[in-house]
Design a protein around this ligand. Structure first.
Ligand code: FES
Length: 275
């Protein structure tokens, strides 16, 4: 039997802002009747502020409660503030949802996102481009980003989907993120049973590790790195920024860059510095 907070019960028995808005400025839908839950969200927008929000939903009590509390959260917010609302914030506003019901908050977040896309139309892709690298949400139920999953693998030794779930909670509710999490693990964990990488696959993997693991670390100290060439297991890189003038550049190359590439791509890799 699932435990519901008093706030979930309150919004379920007395939902706020039920209905539609005539001449709404934005409408977003999420879910599908065939899956048992569907939400339609209507927004009235005045001077970049959400003046009114209403919803129609078909679904369980948690779906009604999540939709209801979302409309309350939205009214009075600027579009920029609304864009940053996560499904976890919707669940937190309800004082929590059972893990099995987190997808109801995800449905609220998706309807909001679709309403804003509907409002912004072609400008939406520019807004998405503003997101930081690694900030992509992989598990929507628990708002776990790609970077958090990578950190769990590289810094906490996670090797399997279950390890990632234990460390980040990702995947513990609806499970829709499972395949994406496994794909990230496959990118970072060397699998002994995996077929040997072809030369092209190896270059792609080296480039990916340099861009997503090595470069972000060096940037923290105002340095950076550029991949120049790969010949077999010899990797040629150029250090940039502070790293290029650092007295410890050789140590950085051996102890950090080469170590990471050995760990994540191939034990036989040797890194050389190009000036
Ligand atoms: S998206 Fe639902 S558990 Fe990850």
């Amino acid at each position: 039997m699932w435990e519901y907070s008093d706030k979930v019960k309150e919004h379920f028995t007395n939902p706020k802002n039920v209905g539609s808005i005539e001449n709404a400025d934005a409408i977003g839908e999420a879910g599908a009747l065939s899956c048992g839950d569907k939400l339609k969200l209507y927004l009235k927008i005045e001077n970049n502020i959400i003046a009114n929000a209403k919803f129609q939903t078909f679904g369980c009590g948690s779906a009604v409660a999540a939709s209801s509390v979302l409309t309350e959260m939205l009214i009075g917010k600027t579009l920029d503030e609304a864009r940053k609302i996560t499904n976890k914030q919707i669940a937190d506003e309800l004082n929590g949802l059972p893990p099995e019901k987190m997808h109801c908050s995800v449905m609220g977040r998706e309807a909001l996102e679709n309403a804003l896309k509907n409002y912004y139309q072609e400008d939406w892709s520019e807004l998405e481009d503003e997101q930081e690298v690694g900030s992509t949400i992989i598990c929507h139920c628990f708002s776990v980003t790609e970077q958090q999953i990578i950190d769990a693998i590289l810094n906490n030794g996670a090797k399997t989907f279950d390890d990632i779930s234990k460390i980040t909670s990702a995947g513990l509710a609806c499970g829709r993120c499972r395949e994406n999490i496994k794909a990230i693990i496959a990118r970072y964990i060397k699998n002994d049973t995996e077929k040997k990488l072809t030369p092209v696959q190896k270059i792609i993997k080296i480039n990916s590790v340099i861009e997503t693991v090595v470069s972000p670390e060096l940037q923290k100290d105002f340095g950076d790195i550029e991949l120049i060439n790969v010949e077999g297991n010899n990797v040629y890189v150029r250090l940039k920024g502070h790293c290029s003038q650092c007295a410890n550049a050789k140590l950085t190359l051996k102890n950090f860059v080469e170590t990471k590439l050995k760990e994540l791509v191939d034990d036989d890799i040797i890194v050389f510095e190009e000036k």
